[in-house]
Structures are given as structure tokens and as C-alpha cells.
Design a binder for this molecule. Structure first.
Ligand SMILES: Cc1ncc(COP(=O)(O)O)c(C=O)c1O
Length: 371
């Protein structure tokens, strides 16, 4: 049997009754858009993240873009993030009218190297987006201190890190505003697209509610240029019910990560490094090896699929070449892109399948290293 890097079907079988009950509840409610389920889920999920307000939107990408709009990012304003992230972190900046600027990553954790921020700040810098990548948080104390000194807003990209903590604080509670994704693979995954902006700033939340519905506060009258980006009732009700199980999902991911750590220690792979200040939620279990491509190929021959997060740093993509970065501009991000790959990781992955992945790697890695 093939082993996928991610698969929702086993989980669905277990949770099917609850998912179908959620669908039925919404279908019978008479309200499909911005009703009770969205309102309740917004409160509950924002509370889980340690924030006062939640605004459900169409995707994590929209959550980032709308948050930047709500922060009044204007054309020419610079927003600092990393190049080793999902494309939407950067596309959201451009969609909001901003100019992305990159700092390099820490080679061990692949996270934003916050000590490089100060040097990247210019008179045009308006926002910093630390990306809590793969399930663990950026060093937010350093980010917050630098941003505070310069009067720059911070927007956490928590798309991969719902439930992660840094020095005991939840992802999404450590900045003025934060963006989360409910894309199916995520820690709290829906059955389609969805996202949320969380904040403890009531005025910002009100602005976001306006921006997600054509810029309107009242029907058919736009106060400002807005969008249509709403989390729908069906996803919200399913996610609301799944939220009650989020700690179980996270614990299982952490357990699987612990098993990988144990079995793959000494394998020749570089295993994920977690800061001692972090509770890592392992959205992805990312390992590194110089012979990555040969290993991935050999795994595929055994019907084991892995992911690569990410094969190209954003600054080396054609879409963002205009930003002026070159090969060598961000060496740690470029180096990671050549060597990382992500092992199967999702709560319903069985330990038997995980053992098969480990056994395969323990055979393959020494072989390719010797070749
Ligand atoms: C780091 C990061 N930011 C933003 C997003 C965007 O989320 P979505 O796919 O819900 O638009 C994703 C997910 O792909 C992500 O991994």
C-alpha cells in the first residue's frame, strides 16, 4: 500500500458522523453565509489562539492580505518576511500593494533569523511578517523588541502553527494581528479552503469585517474598497467541532515526531531542531540531506511519497525576480531549498506506516551516501 505524505481519509472515517451532522445542521439552519456557526467559531478559535476577536475569511492567503490592508499598507511600503516560506506569504504582500523584503533564515530551524531584522529595516518598512514555519514559532521576543523600537507593525503568519507556543504564549497572540489557514492539511484543517484573522484590537477587527464583505458596514453601501472573502457556514461548523479535538491532533503529531526522532537518530539525516522555548506542533516533519533527490526517488520506488517544503526560495522564482534578489542573496534559504524534504505527517498516520517509512530511510540513506 502506498504511503502518502498527507491523507485525510482515515480521519474522515473516524469523524464522519460528526462531519455529516455539521453539514446537516447548517443545511437546515436557513443561513449559509455569515451565520451562527461562523460567529461561534470565530469566538472559539480566537480564544484558543489567545486573541479577543476572530474574523473568518476565505483562505489563509486572504487572511494575510486583508490583515495587511487593515494595517493600511500602501504602495511602496516594505514588508519584511523570509524567502523560505509558502508562496502566499509573499503573494499576499504584493496583493495588498506592498513590496516584500527578505531576511535570511536560521540554518537549523529554517525560521526567520530575527537577529537580521534590524539591518533590513528602511524608512519604508511598515510591517514584519514572522512565519511560524512547519509548526514552530519564530523568536518573537527579538521580533517584537525590534519592531517596537522602530514603530513597525507585526503580523504573525500562523498558517502552519495553530496551537504552537513560544515561551508559553500561543501563536497568534504575540503580535497586533495574525493570520491562520484552515487548508485541509493544516493543524486545524477543513474540507476546503478557509482562514481567519485573529487580533485583540477591536477597531482592527471591525475594519477586517468590513474588508471581507466588499468594504461594507451596511448592505449595498461601500465605505472603502473591499473584497468578498468569507469563511462559509459549512466549513465553520465542521471546524468548530474539530477545534474540540485540536489538542488530540497536536499530541498525536508530537508523538509521531518523537517516534521519527528516535528511529532516525543516527540515520545520516539532519532531523528537525526545535527551540527549547517552543512547543512545536509539527505541521511538517522536515529533514535534510545533501542527496535529497536520490532519497526521494528511492522512497517513491517503495510507494512512499514525501513533500519538499520548499524546492525554491521565493526570491528565486520568476514571479518575484523583480525584487532584485540574486542567487547568493539569502544563502541559508537557498541551501535549505536544495536539501530539505518532509516525511509523512498527519494525525491518522499509523505507527505501522511510519515504521515502514523509517525502515526504508534506514536502508536508503546509507546507500545513497555511499554512492
Ligand atoms: C506559511 C503559509 N502562509 C500562508 C498560507 C496560505 O494559506 P491558504 O492556503 O489557506 O491560502 C499557507 C498555506 O498554504 C502557508 O503554509
Amino acid at each position: 500500500m502506498a504511503i502518502q505524505v498527507w491523507d485525510y481519509r482515515a480521519e474522515y472515517e473516524v469523524e464522519r458522523d460528526d462531519v455529516l451532522a455539521a453539514v446537516d445542521q447548517v443545511m437546515r439552519s436557513g443561513r449559509l453565509i455569515l451565520g451562527e456557526s461562523v460567529a461561534s467559531f470565530e469566538k472559539e478559535f480566537a480564544g484558543y489562539c489567545g486573541a479577543s476577536h476572530g474574523v473568518g475569511v476565505g483562505s489563509g492567503t486572504d487572511a494575510l492580505m486583508l490583515a495587511l490592508r487593515a494595517l493600511d499598507i500602501q504602495a511602496g511600503d516594505e514588508v519584511i518576511t523570509t524567502s523560505n516560506t509558502a508562496i502566499p506569504t509573499v503573494s499576499a504582500i504584493v496583493s495588498a500593494g506592498g513590496t516584500p523584503r527578505f531576511v535570511d533564515i536560521e540554518p537549523d530551524t529554517y525560521l526567520m533569523d530575527a537577529t537580521r531584522l534590524e539591518a533590513a529595516i528602511t524608512s519604508r518598512t511598515r510591517c514584519i511578517i514572522p512565519v511560524h514555519l512547519f509548526g514552530q514559532c519564530v523568536d518573537m521576543d527579538t521580533v517584537t523588541a525590534i519592531a517596537g523600537r522602530h514603530g513597525i507593525a507585526v503580523l504573525e503568519d500562523c498558517a502552519q502553527s495553530a496551537g504552537a507556543t513560544h515561551r508559553g504564549r500561543r501563536a497568534g497572540s504575540m503580535s497586533r494581528v495574525a493570520a491562520l489557514s484552515f487548508y485541509p492539511t493544516k493543524i486545524l484543517g477543513g474540507y476546503g479552503d478557509g482562514g481567519m484573522v485573529v487580533t485583540s484590537d477591536a477597531a482592527l477587527a471591525a475594519r477586517l469585517r468590513r474588508l471581507r464583505v466588499y468594504g461594507t458596514d451596511k448592505t449595498y453601501y461601500a465605505e472603502e474598497h473591499g473584497y468578498n472573502s468569507r469563511l462559509d457556514e459549512l466549513q465553520a461548523e465542521i471546524l468548530r467541532r474539530k477545534l474540540r479535538r485540536i489538542e488530540t491532533y497536536i499530541e498525536r503529531r508530537r508523538e509521531l515526531a518523537g517516534r521519527y526522532d528516535e528511529q532516525l537518530r543516527g540515520s545520516g539525516l539532519t532531523l528537525p531542531q526545535s527551540s527549547r522555548h517552543n512547543r512545536h506542533v509539527y505541521h511538517l516533519y522536515v529533514v535534510r540531506h545533501q542527496a535529497r533527490d536520490a532519497i526521494v526517488k528511492a522512497l517513491a520506488a517503495r510507494d512512499i511519497s514525501v513533500g519538499i517544503h520548499y524546492p525554491w526560495p521565493i526570491h528565486r522564482m520568476r514571479a518575484y525576480a523583480y525584487l532584485g534578489y540574486r542567487e547568493g542573496s539569502l544563502p541559508a534559504a537557498e541551501k535549505a531549498a536544495r536539501a530539505v524534504f518532509s516525511l509523512p505527517m498527519y494525525p491518522s498516520l499509523t505507527t505501522a506506516d511510519q515504521d515502514r517509512v523509517c525502515e526504508a530511510l534506514l536502508e536508503i540513506v546509507p546507500e545513497v551516501s555511499a554512492a
